[in-house]
Design a protein around this ligand. Structure first.
Ligand SMILES: NC(=O)c1ccc[n+]([C@@H]2O[C@H](COP(=O)([O-])OP(=O)(O)OC[C@H]3O[C@@H](n4cnc5c(N)ncnc54)[C@H](O)[C@@H]3O)[C@@H](O)[C@H]2O)c1
Ligand SMILES: O=c1ccn([C@@H]2O[C@H](COP(=O)(O)OP(=O)(O)O[C@H]3O[C@H](CO)[C@@H](O)[C@H](O)[C@H]3O)[C@@H](O)[C@H]2O)c(=O)[nH]1
Length: 322
């Protein structure tokens, strides 16, 4: 397929771009490099450095078969502090993209949705039919985009898949997480054991969980990438298919810290601080629908995610000493 990867210079988009190429698809990347890096895009891929609002210029007359849409602001804490940035980038940006897709007749869309749309669920595991009550601005904006896509599919022949990722981790095919402002647990924990950071701050140890720290479902970025390739052909025209992507296992912050210490053989300097605004207590996925509709099966466990992220973070640190 001829694909446009919007946000392909970012963490997940750059990994998916590599898999699309390996599988023989043609890829064009559009990204404004606000949080991504141009050098994360593999050699030979056409790169348009532009804001998402300019996507129509890339789609015009180009006969794309599919758009994969990763471009977004995606930090829970930042979204609570700066709602306008999130509504503009995520919702107005996605509206421009949907309008361009419809205008230029692109038949397929794969969208990066999130577990953050569910908020604080009462029952586990979380299915796609669980109530959507986001606790952060970020989750609210992603839910709004999912709703726009549902409406667009009902009114056109667009075949769309929203993939609701749980916590993505690990590295694959030479690409991984290298955010300038890093807020994610595993890369911060790896920097803390490596001495690239003073310590890891646990955001609250008084949550209603067995060890007092929040629980998340971690999924390897290589497994996630495979789901995107499968999603390209999963929906029929006019359908909006929504699938959770997670391993179905919950790990607390303290359990992740212990895994990082086991994999690296190093001890982590840790302090406990206040809770972070917008954080839910527990997020654990049911990915049964992804199994049924995409034929997807995650292959990697938390240990492999930490090991691959560790190798990647060390290679980045060797090239870009802080
Ligand atoms: N990382 C996770 O655990 C996770 C979990 C659930 C959902 N998601 C979603 O997956 C997607 C990718 O996440 P990521 O971790 O790779 O983030 P990322 O920040 O590394 O990648 C996002 C990319 O989009 C680009 N971008 C942002 N705004 C843009 C704009 N206005 N125009 C053009 N490009 C723009 C950025 O420069 C960046 O390259 C996001 O939509 C995010 O909400 C991520
Ligand atoms: O320095 C840190 C960083 C994180 N945490 C905790 O670790 C857990 C995981 O946090 P993080 O890695 O920042 O991920 P989330 O906030 O859970 O959000 C990620 O996962 C969501 C889906 O579950 C996605 O929607 C988001 O885009 C993505 O950033 C949370 O309980 C945090 O409070 C800490 O205690 N200290």
């Amino acid at each position: 397929m001829k694909t446009l990867v919007v946000g392909g210079a970012g963490y997940i988009g750059s990994v998916v771009t590599r898999l699309l190429i390996q599988d023989g698809h043609e890829v064009v990347v559009l990204d404004n490099c606000s949080t991504g890096h141009a050098d994360s895009i593999p050699a030979g891929v056409r790169f348009v450095q532009a804001d998402i609002s300019a996507v129509g210029e890339v789609l015009a007359g180009a006969d794309f078969d599919a758009v994969l849409h990763f471009a977004a602001k995606s930090l829970v804490g930042e979204s609570v502090a700066h709602p306008s940035l999130y509504w503009h980038t995520n919702v107005i940006g996605s509206r421009a993209l949907l309008d361009a897709i419809t205008e230029h007749g692109v038949p397929r869309l794969v969208f990066s949705s999130t577990a953050a749309v569910y908020g604080e669920p009462d029952t586990f595991p979380i299915t796609e039919d669980s109530p959507t009550k986001p606790t952060s601005t970020y989750g609210a904006t992603k839910l709004a985009v999912d709703m726009m896509i549902t409406n667009e599919c009902a009114a056109t022949e667009l075949a769309a898949v929203s993939l609701r990722y749980f916590n993505v981790a690990g590295a694959a095919w030479g690409a991984g997480e290298r955010h300038t402002t890093e807020t994610h647990l595993i890369p911060i924990a790896l920097d803390a054991v490596a001495g690239r950071r003073d310590k890891l701050n646990i955001y609250g140890d008084d949550w209603p969980t067995p060890d007092g720290t929040p629980i998340r479902d971690y999924v390897h970025v290589a497994d996630l990438a495979r789901a995107h390739v499968l999603a390209l052909t999963a929906a029929h025209p006019g359908e909006h298919l929504i699938c959770n992507l997670g391993n179905g296992n919950g790990f607390s912050v303290k359990q992740v810290i212990a895994e990082v210490e086991r994999v690296t053989g190093l001890e982590m300097p840790v302090v406990s601080g206040p809770r972070r605004a917008g954080d839910p207590t527990r997020l654990v996925a049911s990915a049964d629908r992804a199994r049924e509709r995409l034929g997807w099966e995650p292959q990697h466990d938390l240990r492999q995610m930490v090991a691959d992220a560790w190798e990647f973070s060390n290679s980045v640190a060797a090239q870009e000493p802080r």
